[in-house]
Design a protein around this ligand. Structure first.
Ligand code: A3P
Length: 351
Protein backbone atom coordinates (compact mmCIF):
# COMPACT_ATOMS: atom_id res chain seq x y z
CA UNK A 1 0.00 0.00 0.00
CA UNK A 2 1.32 3.48 -0.79
CA UNK A 3 2.07 5.70 2.14
CA UNK A 4 -0.80 8.13 2.38
CA UNK A 5 -0.06 11.52 3.79
CA UNK A 6 -2.27 12.64 6.70
CA UNK A 7 -3.10 15.66 4.61
CA UNK A 8 -4.32 13.64 1.67
CA UNK A 9 -7.92 14.19 2.56
CA UNK A 10 -7.39 17.89 3.10
CA UNK A 11 -10.47 19.67 1.96
CA UNK A 12 -11.80 23.18 1.87
CA UNK A 13 -14.32 25.17 -0.07
CA UNK A 14 -15.59 23.13 -2.92
CA UNK A 15 -13.96 19.76 -3.16
CA UNK A 16 -10.61 18.31 -2.23
CA UNK A 17 -7.31 17.70 -3.92
CA UNK A 18 -6.81 14.16 -5.04
CA UNK A 19 -4.05 12.37 -6.80
CA UNK A 20 -4.91 11.59 -10.40
CA UNK A 21 -6.97 8.49 -11.08
CA UNK A 22 -6.10 8.70 -14.77
CA UNK A 23 -2.93 9.90 -16.47
CA UNK A 24 -2.10 10.65 -20.08
CA UNK A 25 1.39 9.12 -20.08
CA UNK A 26 2.36 9.75 -23.71
CA UNK A 27 3.48 10.03 -26.29
CA UNK A 28 5.31 13.26 -26.89
CA UNK A 29 3.86 14.95 -30.02
CA UNK A 30 1.09 12.38 -30.21
CA UNK A 31 -1.70 14.90 -29.66
CA UNK A 32 -1.65 14.83 -25.86
CA UNK A 33 -2.54 18.49 -25.40
CA UNK A 34 -5.51 18.18 -27.75
CA UNK A 35 -6.79 15.16 -25.83
CA UNK A 36 -6.46 16.87 -22.44
CA UNK A 37 -8.08 20.10 -23.67
CA UNK A 38 -10.99 18.12 -25.12
CA UNK A 39 -11.41 16.02 -21.97
CA UNK A 40 -11.56 19.15 -19.83
CA UNK A 41 -14.93 19.91 -21.37
CA UNK A 42 -16.37 16.99 -19.42
CA UNK A 43 -17.93 18.13 -16.13
CA UNK A 44 -16.63 15.04 -14.34
CA UNK A 45 -13.01 15.65 -15.30
CA UNK A 46 -10.66 18.12 -13.64
CA UNK A 47 -7.25 18.33 -15.23
CA UNK A 48 -3.90 19.86 -14.37
CA UNK A 49 -2.89 22.35 -17.05
CA UNK A 50 0.87 22.07 -16.64
CA UNK A 51 2.93 18.95 -17.13
CA UNK A 52 3.88 18.04 -13.56
CA UNK A 53 6.69 15.63 -14.52
CA UNK A 54 6.21 14.02 -11.13
CA UNK A 55 7.03 10.42 -12.02
CA UNK A 56 10.18 11.39 -13.87
CA UNK A 57 11.89 14.65 -12.87
CA UNK A 58 10.13 15.63 -9.64
CA UNK A 59 9.55 12.30 -7.91
CA UNK A 60 11.88 13.09 -5.02
CA UNK A 61 9.77 16.09 -4.11
CA UNK A 62 7.19 13.70 -2.70
CA UNK A 63 3.46 13.31 -2.85
CA UNK A 64 2.60 16.53 -1.08
CA UNK A 65 4.36 18.41 -3.82
CA UNK A 66 2.45 16.46 -6.45
CA UNK A 67 -0.91 17.03 -4.89
CA UNK A 68 -0.27 20.61 -3.90
CA UNK A 69 -1.93 22.50 -1.11
CA UNK A 70 -0.44 20.23 1.50
CA UNK A 71 1.31 22.88 3.54
CA UNK A 72 -1.75 24.96 4.10
CA UNK A 73 -2.09 25.71 7.78
CA UNK A 74 1.45 24.67 8.60
CA UNK A 75 4.09 27.23 9.33
CA UNK A 76 6.53 26.30 6.59
CA UNK A 77 7.83 23.23 4.88
CA UNK A 78 10.21 21.42 7.24
CA UNK A 79 12.49 20.38 4.50
CA UNK A 80 14.20 22.74 2.12
CA UNK A 81 12.05 23.52 -0.88
CA UNK A 82 12.48 21.18 -3.82
CA UNK A 83 14.27 22.34 -6.88
CA UNK A 84 12.25 20.63 -9.58
CA UNK A 85 10.48 22.35 -12.38
CA UNK A 86 6.96 21.95 -13.51
CA UNK A 87 6.97 21.14 -17.18
CA UNK A 88 6.30 23.92 -19.55
CA UNK A 89 3.97 23.13 -22.37
CA UNK A 90 3.90 26.13 -24.66
CA UNK A 91 0.24 25.59 -25.26
CA UNK A 92 -0.33 27.00 -21.81
CA UNK A 93 1.51 30.15 -22.74
CA UNK A 94 -0.60 30.66 -25.78
CA UNK A 95 -3.68 30.63 -23.57
CA UNK A 96 -2.14 33.35 -21.44
CA UNK A 97 -1.56 31.02 -18.52
CA UNK A 98 2.16 30.48 -18.15
CA UNK A 99 2.98 27.53 -15.94
CA UNK A 100 4.11 28.74 -12.55
CA UNK A 101 7.76 28.66 -11.72
CA UNK A 102 8.14 26.28 -8.85
CA UNK A 103 8.56 28.97 -6.21
CA UNK A 104 5.17 30.42 -7.09
CA UNK A 105 3.60 27.01 -6.92
CA UNK A 106 4.94 26.78 -3.39
CA UNK A 107 3.64 30.17 -2.45
CA UNK A 108 0.26 29.20 -3.74
CA UNK A 109 0.36 26.03 -1.73
CA UNK A 110 0.64 28.17 1.34
CA UNK A 111 -1.91 30.71 0.33
CA UNK A 112 -5.42 29.52 -0.38
CA UNK A 113 -6.60 28.49 3.06
CA UNK A 114 -6.16 30.90 5.92
CA UNK A 115 -3.03 32.36 4.52
CA UNK A 116 -1.56 34.79 6.97
CA UNK A 117 1.09 37.39 6.28
CA UNK A 118 2.94 36.06 9.33
CA UNK A 119 3.61 32.88 7.46
CA UNK A 120 6.98 32.61 5.84
CA UNK A 121 6.67 32.05 2.13
CA UNK A 122 9.08 30.78 -0.39
CA UNK A 123 9.24 33.36 -3.10
CA UNK A 124 11.75 34.12 -5.84
CA UNK A 125 14.28 31.62 -4.59
CA UNK A 126 14.35 32.62 -0.95
CA UNK A 127 12.26 32.48 2.16
CA UNK A 128 10.43 35.65 3.07
CA UNK A 129 9.80 35.51 6.79
CA UNK A 130 7.13 38.19 6.77
CA UNK A 131 6.39 39.02 3.18
CA UNK A 132 5.28 42.54 2.54
CA UNK A 133 1.74 42.96 1.38
CA UNK A 134 2.89 44.56 -1.87
CA UNK A 135 4.81 41.41 -2.73
CA UNK A 136 1.82 39.32 -1.89
CA UNK A 137 -0.74 41.41 -3.68
CA UNK A 138 1.33 41.46 -6.83
CA UNK A 139 1.62 37.73 -6.63
CA UNK A 140 -1.96 37.22 -5.62
CA UNK A 141 -3.29 39.15 -8.57
CA UNK A 142 -1.00 37.42 -10.98
CA UNK A 143 -2.31 34.79 -13.30
CA UNK A 144 0.91 32.94 -12.71
CA UNK A 145 -0.43 31.55 -9.51
CA UNK A 146 -1.81 28.13 -9.97
CA UNK A 147 -1.61 24.94 -8.09
CA UNK A 148 -0.85 21.45 -9.18
CA UNK A 149 -3.89 19.26 -8.58
CA UNK A 150 -7.25 20.93 -8.95
CA UNK A 151 -9.97 20.42 -6.37
CA UNK A 152 -12.51 17.83 -7.29
CA UNK A 153 -15.96 16.94 -6.08
CA UNK A 154 -17.18 13.48 -5.28
CA UNK A 155 -17.26 11.45 -8.49
CA UNK A 156 -14.99 13.77 -10.45
CA UNK A 157 -11.79 12.40 -11.93
CA UNK A 158 -8.46 14.17 -11.51
CA UNK A 159 -6.15 13.95 -14.52
CA UNK A 160 -2.74 15.10 -15.59
CA UNK A 161 -0.59 14.61 -18.68
CA UNK A 162 3.16 14.24 -18.90
CA UNK A 163 4.12 12.63 -22.21
CA UNK A 164 7.63 11.68 -21.11
CA UNK A 165 6.28 9.14 -18.62
CA UNK A 166 5.76 6.65 -21.44
CA UNK A 167 9.50 6.41 -22.08
CA UNK A 168 10.64 6.71 -18.45
CA UNK A 169 11.97 3.41 -17.08
CA UNK A 170 10.96 4.10 -13.50
CA UNK A 171 7.49 5.48 -14.23
CA UNK A 172 5.45 2.22 -14.31
CA UNK A 173 6.73 1.04 -10.92
CA UNK A 174 6.25 4.47 -9.39
CA UNK A 175 2.70 4.90 -10.61
CA UNK A 176 1.91 1.34 -9.58
CA UNK A 177 3.28 1.98 -6.08
CA UNK A 178 1.04 5.00 -5.72
CA UNK A 179 -2.08 3.36 -7.05
CA UNK A 180 -2.27 0.17 -9.02
CA UNK A 181 -5.74 1.19 -10.24
CA UNK A 182 -4.52 4.26 -12.13
CA UNK A 183 -5.93 4.33 -15.63
CA UNK A 184 -3.33 5.03 -18.27
CA UNK A 185 -3.91 6.70 -21.61
CA UNK A 186 -1.41 6.80 -24.46
CA UNK A 187 -1.96 8.86 -27.59
CA UNK A 188 0.05 7.21 -30.33
CA UNK A 189 0.86 8.55 -33.77
CA UNK A 190 2.77 7.22 -36.78
CA UNK A 191 6.31 7.08 -35.37
CA UNK A 192 7.78 8.65 -38.51
CA UNK A 193 5.55 11.75 -38.42
CA UNK A 194 5.96 11.80 -34.66
CA UNK A 195 9.74 11.94 -35.08
CA UNK A 196 9.47 14.77 -37.62
CA UNK A 197 7.05 16.62 -35.33
CA UNK A 198 9.47 16.18 -32.43
CA UNK A 199 12.34 17.48 -34.56
CA UNK A 200 10.20 20.45 -35.72
CA UNK A 201 9.60 21.38 -32.08
CA UNK A 202 13.31 21.24 -31.25
CA UNK A 203 14.14 23.22 -34.38
CA UNK A 204 11.73 25.97 -33.32
CA UNK A 205 13.72 26.40 -30.11
CA UNK A 206 17.20 25.76 -31.50
CA UNK A 207 17.33 26.83 -35.15
CA UNK A 208 21.00 25.82 -35.44
CA UNK A 209 20.62 22.06 -35.02
CA UNK A 210 21.66 19.74 -37.88
CA UNK A 211 19.11 18.56 -40.43
CA UNK A 212 16.65 15.79 -39.63
CA UNK A 213 18.34 13.64 -42.25
CA UNK A 214 21.77 13.89 -40.68
CA UNK A 215 20.48 13.27 -37.15
CA UNK A 216 18.62 10.16 -38.34
CA UNK A 217 21.74 8.23 -39.27
CA UNK A 218 24.74 7.14 -37.27
CA UNK A 219 26.37 6.73 -40.65
CA UNK A 220 24.58 8.02 -43.71
CA UNK A 221 26.48 5.85 -46.19
CA UNK A 222 25.82 2.57 -44.40
CA UNK A 223 22.29 3.75 -43.62
CA UNK A 224 22.63 2.80 -39.96
CA UNK A 225 19.89 4.54 -38.00
CA UNK A 226 20.72 6.32 -34.77
CA UNK A 227 18.26 4.67 -32.41
CA UNK A 228 19.71 6.58 -29.49
CA UNK A 229 18.35 9.85 -30.90
CA UNK A 230 15.28 10.48 -28.75
CA UNK A 231 13.16 11.55 -31.74
CA UNK A 232 13.60 8.01 -33.06
CA UNK A 233 13.77 6.14 -29.76
CA UNK A 234 10.37 7.40 -28.54
CA UNK A 235 8.59 5.86 -31.55
CA UNK A 236 9.63 2.30 -30.72
CA UNK A 237 6.30 1.90 -28.94
CA UNK A 238 6.41 -1.88 -28.51
CA UNK A 239 9.61 -1.62 -26.49
CA UNK A 240 8.31 1.04 -24.15
CA UNK A 241 4.96 -0.70 -23.76
CA UNK A 242 6.74 -3.85 -22.61
CA UNK A 243 8.01 -1.90 -19.68
CA UNK A 244 4.47 -0.88 -18.65
CA UNK A 245 3.10 -4.39 -19.05
CA UNK A 246 5.45 -5.54 -16.29
CA UNK A 247 3.12 -3.67 -13.93
CA UNK A 248 -0.20 -2.96 -15.58
CA UNK A 249 -2.60 -5.24 -17.45
CA UNK A 250 -3.45 -4.27 -20.99
CA UNK A 251 -7.07 -3.51 -19.99
CA UNK A 252 -5.83 -0.66 -17.85
CA UNK A 253 -4.12 1.10 -20.75
CA UNK A 254 -6.09 2.87 -23.46
CA UNK A 255 -4.47 3.68 -26.78
CA UNK A 256 -5.83 6.69 -28.57
CA UNK A 257 -5.01 7.11 -32.25
CA UNK A 258 -3.37 10.48 -32.78
CA UNK A 259 -4.52 10.36 -36.40
CA UNK A 260 -8.16 9.69 -35.51
CA UNK A 261 -8.04 12.36 -32.84
CA UNK A 262 -7.71 14.77 -35.78
CA UNK A 263 -10.09 13.13 -38.28
CA UNK A 264 -12.72 11.99 -35.76
CA UNK A 265 -12.16 13.66 -32.37
CA UNK A 266 -15.65 12.79 -31.11
CA UNK A 267 -15.12 9.10 -31.92
CA UNK A 268 -11.86 8.91 -30.00
CA UNK A 269 -13.29 10.95 -27.14
CA UNK A 270 -16.18 8.48 -26.98
CA UNK A 271 -13.72 5.64 -26.40
CA UNK A 272 -11.87 7.63 -23.75
CA UNK A 273 -15.06 8.49 -21.86
CA UNK A 274 -16.09 4.81 -21.90
CA UNK A 275 -12.66 3.80 -20.64
CA UNK A 276 -12.90 6.29 -17.78
CA UNK A 277 -16.38 5.07 -16.91
CA UNK A 278 -17.92 8.43 -17.69
CA UNK A 279 -21.12 9.35 -19.44
CA UNK A 280 -20.52 10.19 -23.11
CA UNK A 281 -21.02 13.91 -22.78
CA UNK A 282 -18.37 15.08 -25.24
CA UNK A 283 -19.78 14.37 -28.70
CA UNK A 284 -19.47 15.67 -32.25
CA UNK A 285 -21.61 18.64 -31.20
CA UNK A 286 -18.59 19.99 -29.32
CA UNK A 287 -16.28 20.20 -32.32
CA UNK A 288 -15.98 22.09 -35.55
CA UNK A 289 -13.28 21.89 -38.15
CA UNK A 290 -11.42 25.18 -38.39
CA UNK A 291 -10.28 25.60 -42.01
CA UNK A 292 -7.65 28.18 -41.17
CA UNK A 293 -6.12 26.07 -38.40
CA UNK A 294 -6.57 22.89 -40.39
CA UNK A 295 -7.59 21.04 -37.23
CA UNK A 296 -10.69 20.33 -35.19
CA UNK A 297 -11.36 22.95 -32.52
CA UNK A 298 -13.80 23.25 -29.64
CA UNK A 299 -16.98 25.24 -30.18
CA UNK A 300 -16.74 26.25 -26.53
CA UNK A 301 -13.63 25.90 -24.41
CA UNK A 302 -13.92 24.81 -20.79
CA UNK A 303 -15.33 27.64 -18.70
CA UNK A 304 -15.92 29.87 -21.71
CA UNK A 305 -18.50 30.45 -24.38
CA UNK A 306 -15.96 31.18 -27.11
CA UNK A 307 -14.57 28.77 -29.71
CA UNK A 308 -11.11 27.49 -28.93
CA UNK A 309 -8.37 26.08 -31.12
CA UNK A 310 -5.04 24.92 -29.74
CA UNK A 311 -2.17 27.41 -29.90
CA UNK A 312 0.35 28.08 -32.64
CA UNK A 313 2.76 25.42 -31.39
CA UNK A 314 0.20 22.68 -32.04
CA UNK A 315 -0.21 21.82 -35.69
CA UNK A 316 3.04 23.25 -36.98
CA UNK A 317 4.19 22.96 -40.58
CA UNK A 318 6.88 20.30 -40.82
CA UNK A 319 10.01 20.77 -42.94
CA UNK A 320 10.25 18.64 -46.08
CA UNK A 321 12.28 15.53 -45.38
CA UNK A 322 14.17 13.60 -48.06
CA UNK A 323 11.66 10.89 -49.16
CA UNK A 324 14.42 8.28 -49.14
CA UNK A 325 15.11 8.97 -45.49
CA UNK A 326 11.40 8.80 -44.72
CA UNK A 327 11.23 5.44 -46.51
CA UNK A 328 14.23 4.17 -44.60
CA UNK A 329 12.53 5.12 -41.34
CA UNK A 330 9.28 3.45 -42.40
CA UNK A 331 11.23 0.23 -43.00
CA UNK A 332 12.94 0.63 -39.66
CA UNK A 333 9.73 1.05 -37.69
CA UNK A 334 7.65 -1.58 -39.52
CA UNK A 335 8.57 -4.60 -37.37
CA UNK A 336 8.13 -2.59 -34.16
CA UNK A 337 4.78 -1.33 -35.39
CA UNK A 338 3.67 -4.90 -36.19
CA UNK A 339 4.64 -5.97 -32.70
CA UNK A 340 2.77 -3.02 -31.26
CA UNK A 341 -0.41 -3.84 -33.26
CA UNK A 342 -0.16 -7.38 -32.00
CA UNK A 343 0.31 -6.36 -28.38
CA UNK A 344 -2.56 -3.87 -28.41
CA UNK A 345 -4.82 -5.91 -30.69
CA UNK A 346 -5.26 -2.83 -32.82
CA UNK A 347 -3.94 -1.93 -36.26
CA UNK A 348 -3.21 1.78 -36.26
CA UNK A 349 -2.69 1.81 -40.01
CA UNK A 350 0.77 3.34 -40.15
CA UNK A 351 2.16 0.76 -42.55
P1 A3P B 1 2.26 18.90 -35.07
O1 A3P B 1 2.45 20.27 -34.48
O2 A3P B 1 3.51 18.25 -35.45
O3 A3P B 1 1.24 18.89 -36.19
P2 A3P B 1 1.37 17.12 -28.30
O4 A3P B 1 0.27 17.97 -27.74
O5 A3P B 1 1.38 15.74 -27.72
O6 A3P B 1 2.67 17.83 -28.26
O7 A3P B 1 1.03 16.87 -29.84
C1 A3P B 1 1.08 17.89 -30.80
C2 A3P B 1 0.34 17.40 -32.01
O8 A3P B 1 -1.05 17.31 -31.77
C3 A3P B 1 0.44 18.31 -33.21
O9 A3P B 1 1.62 17.97 -33.91
C4 A3P B 1 -0.84 18.03 -33.99
O10 A3P B 1 -0.65 17.29 -35.17
C5 A3P B 1 -1.65 17.18 -33.02
N1 A3P B 1 -3.06 17.56 -32.87
C6 A3P B 1 -4.05 16.66 -32.69
N2 A3P B 1 -5.23 17.28 -32.62
C7 A3P B 1 -4.98 18.60 -32.74
C8 A3P B 1 -5.83 19.76 -32.75
N3 A3P B 1 -7.15 19.64 -32.60
N4 A3P B 1 -5.25 20.97 -32.89
C9 A3P B 1 -3.90 21.06 -33.05
N5 A3P B 1 -3.06 20.01 -33.06
C10 A3P B 1 -3.59 18.79 -32.90
Amino acid sequence: EPRVSPLSSFSSGSGSKKLPQAIIIGVKKGGTRALLEFLRVHPDIRAVGAEPHFFDRNYDNGLDWYRGGAFVGLSAPKKPPPTGHIGHDREEESRGLPCPPLELAWLYQLKPQGYSAQLPVWFSNRWLMSPTSSVLSSVRSSELIRDLMPKTLEGQITMEKTPSYFVTREAPARIYALSRDTKLIVVVRDPVTRAISDYTQTLSKKPDIPTFESLTFKNRTTGLIDTSWSAIQIGIYAKHLDNWLQYFPMEQILFVSGERLITDPAGELGRVQDFLGLKRIITDKHFYFNQTKGFPCLKKAEGSSKPHCLGKTKGRTHPNIDPEVVQRLRDFYRPFNMKFYQMTGHNFGWD
